[in-house]
Write a protein that binds this ligand. Structure first.
Ligand code: CO
Length: 133
């Protein structure tokens, strides 16, 4: 069965967004990490499934910078845990769901992830990851 691993929120400023979510949640962030492969600096709130991931662009070429330019800051993606990541990728390939880009890649926290285009996923950018042990 699936679980929501985390919800990704694109932000202009991690400093401002972290302050806001500290106030909203009444707790400090659980971790902070640079993910150059994705062009982002991320801050996580919470542990295990159902975390909040705040994403700030590392530069103007970052997908997060382009997203904010078009849509402003806000909800960016939903990350779902599936029991078998490769099986999910294979299943979606058969259905012509567009991967962004094809294949598994390293995401935050050393996890293996794959992204799928919002146009094939009811308007939502979907990140898939294998269920944590
Ligand atoms: Co994510």
């Amino acid at each position: 069965m699936f679980k929501i691993d985390h919800i990704g929120i694109a932000v202009n400023s991690l400093q401002a967004a972290v302050s806001a979510f500290e106030a909203i949640l009444g707790e400090n962030p659980a971790g902070r990490e640079s993910v150059p492969s994705e062009g982002v600096e991320v801050v996580f709130f919470g542990h295990g499934s159902g975390r909040i991931e705040l994403l700030e662009a590392l530069g103007p070429e970052s997908p997060i910078a382009r997203f904010i330019e078009r849509r402003g800051q806000g909800l960016h993606h939903i990350c779902l845990q599936v029991p078998d990541l490769q099986a999910a990728i294979d299943r979606l390939a058969l259905l012509d769901v567009t991967p962004l880009p094809p294949g598994i890649r390293p995401g935050a926290e050393g996890r293996q992830v794959a992204f799928f285009h919002p146009r094939d996923c009811a308007g939502v950018l979907v990140e898939l990851t294998a269920a944590a042990d």
